[in-house]
Design a protein around this ligand. Structure first.
Ligand code: ZLS
Ligand code: CA
Ligand code: ZN
Length: 372
């Protein structure tokens, strides 16, 4: 059945041309690979493709401090040695290096999420996709974990102009700390993050006991998980929690961060999800038929990131994709099998009992939930 949903997809060919540096796990080129795979399946024919505007400094300063935005604008790889104090103050360095065209990169991915939110606000689409967005760690006054500007917070602030309640869901393997922190004291945004927790895993926050404060108490949900969680456990937790949240919170719009570092075989991640498991979460969220803003996020084994986000573009379009990848100029990256679904070799089998760390606690906002 062809979809009746109107899908807006945001992409700028310049976003994949920046380079974080040798050995850095974040490879923006994965965004070009994703886009080429989307094109090779001819999915562009089923949605509206937009080049996002480059967000203006004043737009970035709706969340970030003006001095931080101004510094990001000004700093270059050639001048950074003159600004040691500021680099430290704004947490720029190994995880968040200063590279060529850094500010333009931020303007593009943030512009994409802002444009996506605005099109949803004006009911010009039902679903808006920005795979370049989802940089959930950035803080008001500084960078963190490969994230400089928090496009998700900016997108949600835009959605709040038209919607009383926004639900934010984060399936990146890392805790969505920047988004949680921005809305920790309000009941107008409910944040739900699924993530690896413990063993000093970055960023170290996201305990089940973090539930929000003041007006925001019970409006932050954290689902801390251990290594190796598989499709069956993850999707069961996800569906149980999200169904209950949507039923009780009644959001006007959903923002879904689809970080692909929760896939098996990720260079930084340690979960055991297949692309089918990951995309089942997207399918489940789509079924609520609420306006939906979908972003990327982490993902460090780039062939699998491209595969995953292409499958999920298909899910959002209600289009099943043949497993054999059609010929395209990036086909070499998908050798040796040239198929879309996760290679079995990525899955590591571990005892299911050892991996579920998530316990429903009476004192948390999950108190009325009988079992997960
Ligand atoms: O959620 O764990 C850390 C912080 C450190 C260890 C790494 N060193 C460099 C800094 C201090 C405690 N950082 C994490 C950040 C993970 C961000 C995830 C982003 C997202 O997916 C959303 C986009 C981390 N993990 C791995 C690295 N950093 C890392 C690995 C290898 C390198 C090379 C480049 C840089 C320095 C050497 C680097 C970082
Ligand atoms: Ca997460
Ligand atoms: Zn991540």
């Amino acid at each position: 059945m062809p979809s009746k949903d109107k899908i807006a997809y945001f992409y700028d060919g310049d976003v994949g041309n920046v380079y974080f540096g040798p050995n850095h796990p974040m490879k923006p080129h994965r965004l070009c690979m994703t886009h080429h795979l989307v094109l090779s399946y001819e999915l562009h024919k089923k949605m509206e493709i937009y080049r996002p505007h480059k967000a203006y400094p004043v737009e970035l300063a709706q969340f970030h401090s003006a001095d931080y935005v101004e510094f990001l604008h000004r700093i270059t790889p050639d001048t950074q040695h003159l600004f040691a104090d500021e680099l430290a103050r704004y947490n720029l360095g190994e995880d968040c290096p200063v590279f060529e065209n850094l500010f333009e990169f931020c303007q593009i991915y943030a512009g994409g999420t802002i444009d996506a939110a605005r099109r949803l606000n004006h009911q010009l689409c039902d679903i808006a996709i920005n795979w370049a967005g989802g940089l959930h760690h950035a803080k008001k006054c500084g960078a963190s974990g490969f994230c400089y500007i928090n496009d998700l917070v900016l997108g949600i602030l835009e959605l709040l102009k038209f919607h009383a309640r926004v639900l934010y869901i984060d399936i990146d393997i890392h805790h969505g700390d920047g988004v949680e922190e921005a809305f920790y004291f309000t009941d107008r945004v409910m944040t739900v993050s699924f993530h690896k927790y413990g063993d000093m895993f970055f960023p170290g926050t996201g305990d089940i006991k973090e539930i929000g404060e003041r007006e925001g108490k019970y409006y932050a949900i954290n689902v801390p998980l251990k290594d190796g969680i598989d499709d069956a456990s993850f999707t069961r937790l996800f569906k149980t929690i999200i169904a209950k949240v949507v039923e009780t919170y009644l959001p006007g719009v959903i923002v879904l961060q689809c970080g692909a570092d929760s896939l098996a075989g990720d260079r930084l991640g340690c979960f055991n999800l297949s692309i089918e498991g990951h995309s089942e979460c997207v399918k489940f969220v789509k079924k609520f038929n609420l306006p939906l803003l979908v972003t990327g996020g982490g993902g460090y084994t780039k062939e699998n990131v491209a595969r995953c986000w292409t499958v999920e573009t298909g899910v959002l379009l209600d289009t099943e994709l043949p497993n054999e990848i059609p010929d395209n100029e990036y086909i070499k990256y998908f050798s040796p099998d040239y198929t879309l679904k996760t290679q079995n070799g990525n899955i590591v089998y571990v005892s299911a009992k050892s991996i579920i760390h998530f316990v429903v606690k009476n004192e948390s906002n999950l108190d009325k939930w009988t079992s997960v």
